[in-house]
Every structure is written in structure tokens, then in C-alpha cells.
Design a protein around this ligand. Structure first.
Ligand code: PMP
Length: 430
């Protein structure tokens, strides 16, 4: 099939999308444009999770009984699936976490706390999600490390890489940045950035927040050349409660565990303990087993479509949405201008209309967009706005939905601007 058929082929698998109606009096079909926050889960994944609970549910590892062996196999096969999806060097490099947030906190707590000394530098960007800022602020406070932030070039709609160059020094111990911005929609040139970092900061490790790229394009850790990568399952057709950290095996084994408990040990005596190697080293306690089975199923689902087709389709509808939105009066779309490749999302603001009013009015028409700071307050501060609205697309969204959304957006803006004129007129008359 052609990439342009992706939505036609996938939509029937997402019952929530085809069945949900929004509103009670005049129900409207759901137009779900919030997949950058959480994507939907196809029936194949829901069935695989149900099958896990119905046929093999039990605790993993150690168990001598049949169900435990089956659960262990399914869980560990999930790790193999994730490892091959991102082209890890080894399955031991995949640590299951509750999501990207936990994956980043793991790196900050373990690598950060054990490595950073007073005066060491951590370079992040103004574009980062709070999950890649706050853990570093916490560790910097504890260790005396200094945080520096790469500026955003809003004209270009991406990071200011010249500024980045000036921040990188021999004192830089970690550089953390997003692959794709959840607000700007820009795709950062990871390989160029890695080359720059390796040249200027040979002592730095590189952490890539790949939350918004792994679900939408082929991501190959070997090609990218980073040291750590974090992603979340619920943004890639998988369940909530699971994500993963990929890290280089020798690096992971050189880091101290960050949670203690069952599974992560080698030997425990009352005097002390020795620790297992990765991945068990970082998976204390009962892991998210059903969720790992679900995540693996989601990856199989995406791979069956083909990540090249996912990417090509999203590219097509992303450019279409951008083009339509940039023609709407009073709307400013954040991120790269037309002609520069962007992810399938548009964060935007409208002169004179608060993003949450937009969100509420669009919801009445069945359109689900997000309004707020999208966990990127520093990005909004740098732009001089407090909030934005965001429409984000995935494999199941169609051009017709984009048209409906933009029409409703125009209608909403007209309503608010009309109101404004009326109020202005009224007050002028008085
Ligand atoms: N980074 C980015 C770029 C994100 O978009 C998100 C989710 N909005 C996160 C990190 C955090 O992911 P989670 O909440 O699933 O841990």
C-alpha cells in the first residue's frame, strides 16, 4: 500500500476514534488532535494485553512454574522488540521505566549524582520539556553543577546552534536535548549536534529525549551516536505506565543503581549488597510486565505499517496542516517556516483569544486540542507568551479532519473577534 493510505488502513483499528461522539445534545464525531500528549491504542495491542492477563499473568523471573516462565518470556521478548526497534547494540541496553520522565530521572539520579562535581556543567536547551529540566535542577542543587541553556532561534524555528557552540566546554559533563520538540515541531539535527559536542566537550555524555521522534520516524541509536535515549510507550500506540531508557551497556554498568529492591541485586547480606548488571540493575521490584507486552505489541503494529510509511504520511499531513493554519488570520504557528521539515504538530496562538477558550470551543465541536504550556514553560517565556494551543496528528488522522479543525478554528476566532468588536463598539458608543 501507499503511504497516503496509512490513515484509511489504520483507523478501523482504533475504536475510540471511530466510535466516540463528543457532546450530549448534538453529538459530534471526535477529531482527536492530541496524540503528542497521548496516542490511541489499536485493538491488536489491547487484545495482546488482555491475552497476557488471560493466559500468563504472574510475576517474572525466579518463578519455577509455567505461568511465570511464560510471563518472563513475554516480558523479555518485549525487551528484544524495543532493542531492535531502536537498533540497540545489545538487549541489555534497554531499561524499562514508567515513561520518559522516569528514564530521564534515572540518568540524572544515577549518572548525574555520581558524576557531577561543583563547577561541572550540564548543557540543556530552552526548548526542553520540564522532564528534562527539573531533574537536572534538582541534581545541580545537590552537586553544585551549573546548568546552561541553549537559546531558541524563533525566526528559524529551531535551536540556535551557534549559541550552543559557545556553551560547550571541557567542563560540560552532560548535554541533554530533544530530538523533536513537542511545541515547535522542529526536528533537531542530532548528528550534527553530536559531532559538535564530541569536538568541544569530549567529557560529556549525551542524553536524547526522543519522546516525540520514536513514535513517528525510524530512530537508530547507533546512527545518532548519543549515549542515552528516553521515550514513552503511550505516545506510540502503547499503554501508559511504560517507557524505556536506552543507554550504552558499559556506561549503564558503570552507574550506581538508583532504586534498591528485588531483582536488581547480585547478593544481599545484612552487611551490604552487590548489584546485578544492566538491565536488572535498574529494574528494582516487579516491572510493568503487561505494559511491556503492550509496548512490544505497539511496536509490531507500527513496524507492520513500516516506519518509513508512518513518517512519509505524517510529513504529508503535517505540511498540509501547517499550510492551512498559516493562512488563518490572527494565528501564529510556532516552529519552522514552510518548506522546512516539521513533525506532525502545530502549536499556535491567536491574537486576542486565550488558548484555553480556543480549546473549550473546539471541544464543543468535537475537536480535541491541547491548551497550556505543554510542560515547556521556559520555551513560552523565551517567546514572551504564557500559553499556546497545540494540534498534533498521528497515523489515524486524515486531511478531512485537518480541514474540519481549521474550519472550526476560523469559526471560533471569528466568534471571539466579533465579540471583541461588539464590546469595543459598545464601549465606544457609551
Ligand atoms: N519529553 C517530551 C518531548 C514530551 O513530549 C513528553 C510528554 N509530553 C515527555 C518528555 C514526558 O513524557 P512522559 O510524561 O510520558 O514521561
Amino acid at each position: 500500500f501507499e503511504h497516503s493510505d496509512v490513515a484509511t488502513l489504520t483507523r478501523p483499528d482504533f475504536e475510540i476514534i471511530i466510535k466516540t461522539k463528543i457532546g450530549e445534545e448534538v453529538p459530534k464525531p471526535l477529531v482527536y488532535l492530541d496524540s503528542a500528549a497521548t496516542s490511541h491504542t489499536p485493538k491488536q495491542v489491547i487484545e495482546d494485553i488482555a491475552d497476557y492477563y488471560e493466559t500468563m499473568n504472574s510475576n517474572v523471573h525466579r518463578g519455577a512454574h509455567t505461568l511465570s516462565r511464560m510471563a518472563t518470556t513475554a516480558f523479555e521478548e518485549g525487551r528484544d522488540t524495543v532493542a531492535s526497534f531502536v537498533n540497540a547494540y545489545s538487549r541489555n541496553e534497554i531499561i524499562f521505566t514508567s515513561g520518559a520522565t522516569e528514564a530521564i530521572n534515572l540518568v540524572a539520579s544515577s549518572f548525574g549524582r555520581s558524576t557531577l562535581k561543583e563547577g561541572d556543567e550540564v548543557v540543556l536547551t530552552e526548548m526542553e520539556h520540564h522532564s528534562n529540566i527539573v531533574p537536572w535542577q534538582m541534581i545541580a542543587q545537590e552537586t553544585g553543577a551549573v546548568l546552561k541553556f541553549v537559546k531558541i532561534d524563533f525566526e528559524k524555528g529551531g535551536l540556535d546552534l551557534e549559541h550552543m557552540k559557545t556553551l560547550l566546554t571541557e567542563k560540560t559533563k552532560l548535554v541533554g536535548f530533544q530530538h523533536v520538540s513537542n511545541v515547535m515541531g522542529c526536528i533537531n539535527p542530532v548528528q550534527d549536534m553530536v559531532t559538535m559536542i564530541r569536538q568541544k566537550s569530549p567529557n560529556a555524555k549525551i542524553l536524547l529525549d526522543a519522546c516525540q521522534s520514536v513514535p513517528h520516524m525510524k530512530v537508530d541509536v547507533q546512527e545518532l551516536g548519543v549515549d542515552f535515549l528516553a521515550a514513552s510507550g503511550h505516545k506510540m500506540c502503547g499503554p501508559t505506565g511504560i517507557g524505556f531508557l536506552w543507554g550504552r551497556e558499559d556506561l549503564l554498568n558503570s552507574m550506581p543503581p538508583y532504586m534498591g529492591g528485588g531483582e536488581m541485586i547480585d547478593q544481599v547480606t545484612l552487611e551490604g549488597s552487590t548489584y546485578a548488571q544492566a538491565p536488572a540493575r535498574f529494574e528494582a521490584g516487579t516491572p510493568p510486565i503487561a505494559q511491556a507486552v503492550g509496548l512490544a505489541s505497539a511496536i509490531r503494529y507500527l513496524e507492520k505499517i513500516g516506519m518509513d510509511k508512518v513518517e512519509a504520511y505524517e510529513h504529508e499531513i503535517a505540511s498540509y496542516m501547517y499550510k492551512r493554519m498559516s493562512q488563518v488570520k490572527k494565528v501564529t504557528v510556532l516552529g519552522p517556516p514552510e518548506g522546512v521539515e516539521r513533525a506532525a504538530l502545530c502549536a499556535f496562538y491567536v491574537d486576542g483569544v486565550h488558548p484555553s477558550d480556543l480549546g473549550t470551543f473546539l471541544d464543543i465541536e468535537g475537536v480535541a486540542v491541547r491548551a497550556g504550556h505543554h510542560c515547556c514553560q521556559p520555551l513560552h517565556q523565551a517567546k514572551g507568551i504564557s500559553h499556546s494551543a497545540r494540534a498534533s496528528l498521528y497515523i489515524y488522522n486524515t486531511k478531512e479532519e485537518v480541514d474540519y479543525f481549521v474550519d472550526q478554528l476560523e469559526k471560533t476566532i471569528q466568534f471571539f473577534t466579533g465579540l471583541e468588536t461588539q464590546i469595543d463598539g459598545a464601549s465606544g458608543g457609551d
